[in-house]
Design a protein around this ligand. Structure first.
Ligand code: MN3
Length: 200
């Protein structure tokens, strides 16, 4: 089995001015592609026994094996980016519909407090990684993970992924990463995708 780069549901320039076409092109066609190539190389060129597995199964099977950290992180980056492109939308941001809002209110009181906690967690994460929304005990939770780690490896139900590696924002925001986080929450977050995943 070989994994391939997914086509985006929107053009590279569709998220401007919040994420530039240049960032999107590099991020999707270079960074994401490189993780896919490395993952394919790991599973096909070595006798690791992962050839016929789904990406999710590879993540579960390699998560706790220190000898397979490289494969885990590369496969994790493939999965995280696949999920991330869907977590963004040119029509994103604003308020979620009443069903998702119920979950937000139950866990954070209101949307502003949700955004505050999201930004606080994103800002305090050290080094490269991801912010995820997950559903646990029927509650939305915000969690961060390092490198290519992700909810699949921890038996958590993922609702959304948000890339906080420098390559995701540096061309557009340099050291002003808080502005990138805010732009995502105000203008790009795909609440419909969150809703879809809650009901999966
Ligand atoms: Mn990335």
């Amino acid at each position: 089995m070989s994994f391939t780069l997914p086509k985006l549901n929107y053009e590279y320039d569709a998220l401007e001015p919040y994420i530039s076409a240049k960032t999107m092109e590099f991020h999707h066609s270079k960074h994401h592609q490189a993780y896919i190539d490395k993952t394919n190389k790991f599973i096909n060129n070595t006798d690791t026994g992962h050839k016929e597995k789904t990406l999710e199964q590879i993540l579960i099977d390699t998560a706790h094996n220190p000898n397979e950290t490289s494969l885990f992180n590369n496969a994790g980056q493939v999965w995280n980016h696949n999920f991330f492109w869907q977590s963004l939308s040119p029509q994103g941001g604003g308020e979620p519909d009443s069903e998702v809002m119920k979950y937000i209110k139950a866990a954070f009181d209101d949307l502003d407090k949700f955004k505050e906690e999201f930004i606080e967690k994103a800002m305090s994460h050290f080094g490269s990684g991801w912010v995820f929304l997950i559903l646990e005990d029927e509650k939305i939770k915000i969690t961060t993970k390092s490198n290519g780690d992700n909810p699949i490896a921890h038996n958590q139900k993922p609702l959304l992924s948000f890339d906080i590696w420098e390559h995701a924002y540096y061309l557009d925001y340099q050291n002003r990463k808080k502005e990138y986080f805010q732009a995502f929450l105000d203008n790009l977050i795909n609440w419909d995708f969150v809703k879809e995943n809650i009901n999966k």
